[in-house]
Design a binder for this molecule. Structure first.
Ligand SMILES: Cc1cc2nc3c(=O)[nH]c(=O)nc-3n(C[C@H](O)[C@H](O)[C@H](O)COP(=O)(O)OP(=O)(O)OC[C@H]3O[C@@H](n4cnc5c(N)ncnc54)[C@H](O)[C@@H]3O)c2cc1C
Length: 291
């Protein structure tokens, strides 16, 4: 059976218009709480108040609530933002996705509230540690950034001989979660480079004078060049291990059509990588939900 930890919110920080980070500290015991690896997640168990009836509306792509307010207990997975080297607290990032849990938690969870974590789990990034490190390209969209934050901090604190290339995609610059912290961390090691692409903001809005090794682009990855990985990390691109994290459309292009059926809507990062010859063994994916 998995160990369950009682944790208290110590700090809440807005990280984007629709996302907040939470610092949790253990309430009673913490033995084993910090025995996790970058890429793993906690199941967060929380009581929330929400409408009794929840119906998905395909027209607005939102879950609409109706009826009286009920108190329910939900369990949802959240990737760990902090690194196991940062003992004493756990940081999670929660983004509003128009669903049945996150909007209510974001509104109702406050400093001092107590929730529960199930012992850390998940295999994301494990393959990278099994091959004993090297070079890693971390592809993320929206809320898919937590494990990248964790591995960067872990590399710095442990002094690992690991290169990390961050490739993060968002609609606009305002949507980039942990933008300032990512820029600062990138500046902390010559082994880090970061590329932020924005799909709904023109080139002229993008910063030009950011710290060394941080760059910006407008448009989807792989739209403006035949091989985004090569264009960004250079000749060693074939040696990179690739982690891809976010919604299904970003990973493999699969999503729901207007009728709600699961279909292939286009190409995802995984398709592009396989097409240019990156092997399946060099790819690891963490799908948060179907889009
Ligand atoms: C391993 C793992 C790690 C994760 N890490 C994070 C993290 O670090 N941060 C984070 O914010 N999230 C993370 N998630 C996602 C998280 O667990 C939740 O799924 C997320 O918070 C949304 O939950 P929700 O209940 O509010 O939305 P849900 O109700 O689960 O809805 C999710 C999406 O599906 C849509 N949807 C719902 N029902 C339908 C339907 N019938 N037809 C079509 N679309 C529908 C919703 O509108 C919404 O866009 C992770 C998930 C996994 C599996």
């Amino acid at each position: 059976m998995k160990t369950v930890y009682k944790v208290k919110i110590e700090k809440v920080t807005p990280e984007a218009e629709d996302a907040k980070s939470y610092i949790f500290v253990p309430v009673d015991f913490e033995q084993g709480l910090f025995d996790y690896m970058p890429g793993q997640f906690f199941m967060l168990e929380a009581e929330i108040n929400r409408p009794e009836t929840l119906t998905y509306d395909p027209a607005t792509k939102q879950v609409i609530g109706s009826g009286k307010t009920v108190r329910v207990t939900e369990k949802k997975a959240y990737s760990i933002v902090s690194s196991p080297t940062e003992e004493g607290y756990i940081e999670l990032l929660i983004k509003h996705e128009n669903g049945v849990f996150a909007p209510y938690f974001l509104e109702q969870a406050h400093v001092g509230d107590v929730y529960r974590f199930q012992q850390a789990q998940g295999k994301f990034m494990r393959k990278f540690f099994e091959i004993k490190g090297g070079m890693m390209a971390c592809w993320s969209s929206g809320s898919g950034i937590p494990s990248t934050m964790s591995i960067m901090r872990y590399k710095l604190d442990k002094g690992l001989d690991t290169k990390v290339a961050v490739l993060d995609s968002n609609k606009t610059l305002k949507d980039v979660i942990y933008h300032e912290r990512l820029k600062m961390m990138t500046g902390e090691s010559e082994d880090f480079v970061s590329l932020f692409t924005v799909t709904r903001e023109p080139e002229e809005n993008l910063p030009t004078s950011d710290p060394v090794r941080v760059s910006y682009a407008s448009g989807r990855f792989w739209l403006n060049e035949p091989n985004t990985l090569k264009a960004f990390v250079g000749d060693e691109w074939q040696s990179y291990f690739n982690t891809i994290c976010g919604a299904s459309t970003f990973i493999n292009g699969k999503g729901r059509d207007e009728g709600g059926k699961l279909v292939k809507l286009g190409k995802g990062i995984q398709d592009h990588l396989l097409e240019v010859g990156i092997t399946k063994n060099q790819i690891d994916v963490d799908q948060f939900y179907l889009q």
